[in-house]
Ligand binder design. Structure first.
Ligand SMILES: [Fe+2]
Ligand SMILES: [Fe+2]
Length: 372
């Protein structure tokens, strides 16, 4: 354990300009400010066109829909999110670098989980369509459990989040329903891929499990998988969402979600070091799983194995780190350097967006089983 929790894992090669990747969190106020912050890589809260959501008709996918709703109704994870005695004293003894990054990870995970809870609960409250109301109620139930469970882990360290206050004060991004579908489908499936990849690694190396929360990931990821299935079925109900110009939107969201995750995970070298993983290897494993799953409903996928794709992500990561260092330096020069870095990130994004993609026919059966 001590070797794994060494203050400077081998995977850390450089921290640019001596700027820490993540800000230290010393109080609930720090945690709250971090959860509320709006940066390129921070989790966002969403709102949508509730009248359009109300008009969604699932009759063309009724069989898949009924099966899915019966899975939600049976609530397999009803008793899963109960804590055991492992929480408590054991979780306090983390070295500084790891502790800061682990807090950052927990805060951003709790914020994403809660973002889902808020969106699904808002849709449920504002639509009359009984099918949508039932589905959104189940998903809000799950995300409320997930965010609450992470928040209790933060409270053990006295850095818990005031989630209702976050709901009242965080900025909301408006997305039309189709963009909610693309973004949320991907964030659910990538959430599954992240949790299962961490779980599989720790299954092989239980000595690296530096916090009890990781023991919950195997069952947990099945909730996220099912939420993703719900959006796949909803998208299948409207075939326009998989054709024409929308294929470009799918490409955009795939790239945005992958790039954000890649950059964000590289801000946590101590945490990935403690788990014995390299952020780029972890990222590509998660991209492979997400890409394989997304063929259920997306007629295109990114060529993630091409060296130019990896090089583009690396370029965005180094530019992002340069922006962070420039912002920390401040002054006019710092501002100009940050602007230059952001322009470079945007240009790289466009270049990756224009790369050739894989095209495939959609399967007749939209449903996929969580087999990773
Ligand atoms: Fe969740
Ligand atoms: Fe979810």
């Amino acid at each position: 354990m001590s070797a794994i929790l060494s203050p400077r894992p081998d995977s850390i090669t450089a921290v640019p300009g001596g700027v820490p990747f993540v800000a230290p969190i010393n109080s609930s106020d720090d945690a709250f400010n971090q959860a509320r912050a709006d940066s390129l890589i921070s989790p966002k809260f969403y709102t949508t066109d509730f009248e359009a959501m109300d008009r969604i008709d699932v009759s063309s996918v009724q069989a898949e829909w009924d099966q899915l709703i019966s899975e939600f109704r049976s609530d397999a994870n009803k008793d899963h999110f109960e804590r055991d005695d492992a929480f408590g004293a054991e979780v306090m003894a983390l070295p500084e670098g790891l502790r800061d990054e682990f807090f950052d990870f927990l805060i951003s995970s709790a914020t994403s989980e809660y973002s889902g809870c808020v969106l699904y609960a808002d849709i449920r409250a504002k639509v009359k369509n009984p099918e949508m109301r039932e589905l959104m109620g189940y998903m809000a139930r799950d995300e409320s459990r997930h965010s609450g469970f992470i928040n209790r882990a933060l409270k053990d360290f006295n850095v818990g989040l005031d989630l209702p206050a976050l709901r009242r004060t965080k900025a909301y991004t408006f997305f039309k329903p189709k963009f909610i579908f693309y973004a949320t489908y991907l964030s659910e499936k990538i959430g599954y891929a992240r949790y299962i990849t961490i779980h599989r690694t720790l299954e092989q190396h239980p000595e690296r499990r530096f916090h009890p929360i990781f023991r919950w990931f195997e069952q947990w990821c099945l909730d996220e998988f099912r939420h993703g299935e719900a959006f796949a079925v909803l998208m299948k109900a409207d075939p326009k969402l998989q054709s024409g110009v929308n294929k470009l939107w799918i490409r955009f969201f795939l790239l945005a979600v992958f790039a954000t995750m890649y950059v964000r995970d590289h801000t946590r070298p101590y945490m990935f070091g403690a788990l014995g993983m390299k952020p780029d290897e972890f990222g590509f494993q998660v991209f492979r799983i997400t890409t394989a799953i997304s063929r259920q409903i997306f007629p295109i996928s990114l060529d993630i194995e091409h060296p130019a794709f990896r090089a583009g992500l690396e370029s965005m990561r180094t530019s992002f780190e340069g922006v962070q260092a420039a912002q920390a330096r401040g002054g006019l020069l710092g501002k100009l350097q940050a602007l230059g870095g952001n322009l470079k990130i945007a240009a790289t994004f466009v270049r990756l967006f224009l790369r050739p993609v894989h095209r495939h026919a959609l399967p007749d059966d939209v449903r996929v089983v969580p087999a990773w």
